[in-house]
Design a protein around this ligand. Structure first.
Ligand SMILES: *Cc1c(COP(=O)(O)O)cnc(C)c1O
Length: 462
């Protein structure tokens, strides 16, 4: 068929708008969305006609145009920010949104956020309440801390704590703990922004209690300890234990603040993973103020959680800076449910990132076998189950190599890097994998069972 004839068959926008089917699409989407999609679909068809090779043809009918229109509308709705399948094995993959949220948490907060809530309303008194009070009881029960405050992320927590407790005063910190996290967060720079004066003590590898003692003077307002979450100094190194800093602080009447980085409540050695300090332990040791992230080991959402003694937290609640750092009701309701899960001992079962980190080798092997079986009858595919290592990610437990199982896949039509690209560019749900030794590998640690079927459908259509 000649191209001119095909061009003439292309529907006009106005004609499309008259179709009953399109009218109903406008009702359930919006006129603007449908109009934009109609124009795109017609443009695409026009381009396809232009690119058509001699002797070949395409079918243009109202059914086909409508079908494409629906697909296009769905695509528009979804946009480019979408769900992906994480087959990399890195549990807290910063590029992939760190921790997947617990479904139990998500279900539990729904009514509170799609309707009104008593976020800042005291129901008993019928007057204004405080948004942070909702977390108080559960945090007290879980951590033993007297009070709690939440800000946008742990970087803001550090800023708020220093600006409240050590503004224009000295905060003493070890040279071994002046870390950079995630490329943009540097302890010394945040200290500068908080208007507190950095008083470095000790050396990169060794700091002793006497170094802190000698540094304390008239201007000292805070002793600060930072957990070097994303790196370790090994060998000839020494840092001062939290309990020793606490007794020094008590003796001299100076507050002790620990930036512990990850919010950990799990006894990792029980699962063969190296120890990571826990919130409960630091509170037990008597630290005055403690801050941690909501989206690292805690497995929640981006937030900075500050817990500790009431007199210090109260001061922070009155800092004007808090207004700029305060979290939304979504964050607060998620954290409340998350803390409940930890308190009732359900974290290993209900928080996906925790379950993924501690999943044992045997169970991962079975999972790899299930994925293998699911893909086994696809033409052109060669597969093998292999042992490998996955990472925790998110700047947590940097030395940890978690033993895992992967399914190696090779496709007769594609090179490994091409196959990786095709999986990644899959339209509905991109599949993010790794290439190793010239094969694509799918690490089953970070896969959800229901994703096997999606992977199967994608690979089958290649
Ligand atoms: C990750 C980290 C931060 C920054 O936390 P965000 O929640 O990512 O802002 C600060 N301090 C330490 C020790 C960390 O590990």
């Amino acid at each position: 068929m000649d191209k001119k004839k095909l061009f003439r068959m292309l529907p006009k926008v106005d004609e499309m708008l008259m179709l009953p089917k399109v009218e109903s699409l406008i009702e359930s989407n919006s006129r603007k969305m449908v109009l934009e999609s109609i124009r795109l679909v017609i443009d695409q068809l026009r381009n396809e006609i232009i690119d058509l090779e001699e002797g070949s043809s395409i079918e243009i009918s109202s059914d086909i145009v409508l079908e494409r229109l629906e697909t296009q509308i769905n695509k528009n709705r979804e946009g480019k920010f979408k769900r992906v399948i994480n087959a990399t094995g890195t549990v807290l993959h910063t590029n992939l949104g760190r921790a997947p949220l617990s479904e139990k948490v998500f279900d539990a907060i729904r009514d509170k956020v799609v309707r009104y809530s008593n976020l800042e309303y005291d129901i008993d008194k019928g007057s204004r309440g405080h948004r942070y009070d909702h977390l108080k009881e559960i945090v007290m029960k879980l951590t033993g801390a007297e009070d709690v405050l939440v800000v946008n992320n742990n970087a803001s927590a550090v800023l708020l704590v220093l600006n409240t407790l050590a503004k224009e005063k000295e905060a003493v910190i070890s040279r071994g703990e002046l870390v950079e996290i995630g490329g943009s967060f540097r302890i010394p720079e945040v200290m500068g922004m908080s208007n507190s004066i950095l008083k470095e003590v000790g050396t990169t590898n060794k700091t002793h209690l006497i170094d802190y003692e000698n540094a304390i003077g008239e201007e000292t307002a805070l002793l600060m300890k930072v957990h070097t979450s994303n790196y370790r100094i090994v060998g000839f190194s020494e840092s001062v234990a939290l309990e020793d800093l606490v007794s020094l602080g008590n003796k001299q009447d100076i507050a002790v603040y620990e930036d512990i980085g990850s919010g950990n409540f799990i006894d990792f050695p029980k699962y063969g993973i190296s120890e990571e300090p826990t919130i409960i332990d630091s509170i037990k040791k008597g630290v005055d103020v403690l801050s941690f992230s909501g989206d690292k080991l805690l497995g929640g959402v981006q937030a900075g959680i500050i817990v500790g003694k009431k007199k210090y937290i109260e001061k922070m609640k009155h800092n004007q800076l808090l207004r700029a750092l305060r979290p939304d009701k979504l964050t607060l309701s998620i954290l409340k449910e998350l803390f409940k899960i930890y308190y009732y001992g359900e974290a290993e079962k209900e928080i996906p990132s925790i379950a993924m980190m501690i999943e044992d080798k045997e169970s991962l092997k079975l999972k790899a076998e299930r994925l293998y079986d699911c893909l086994s009858d696809i033409d052109g595919l060669t597969m093998k189950i292999d042992g490998d290592y996955s990472e925790v990610g998110g700047g947590s437990l940097p030395m940890e190599r978690l033993e895992t199982y992967v399914v190696r896949i090779d496709h007769e039509k594609y090179s490994a890097s091409k196959l990786e690209e095709l999986l990644r560019k899959n339209n509905n749900v991109p599949i993010i994998s790794r290439v190793k030794d010239n094969s694509v590998i799918l690490d089953v640690r970070t896969l959800f069972d229901e994703e096997f079927e999606i992977i199967r459908n994608v690979v089958e259509r290649l």
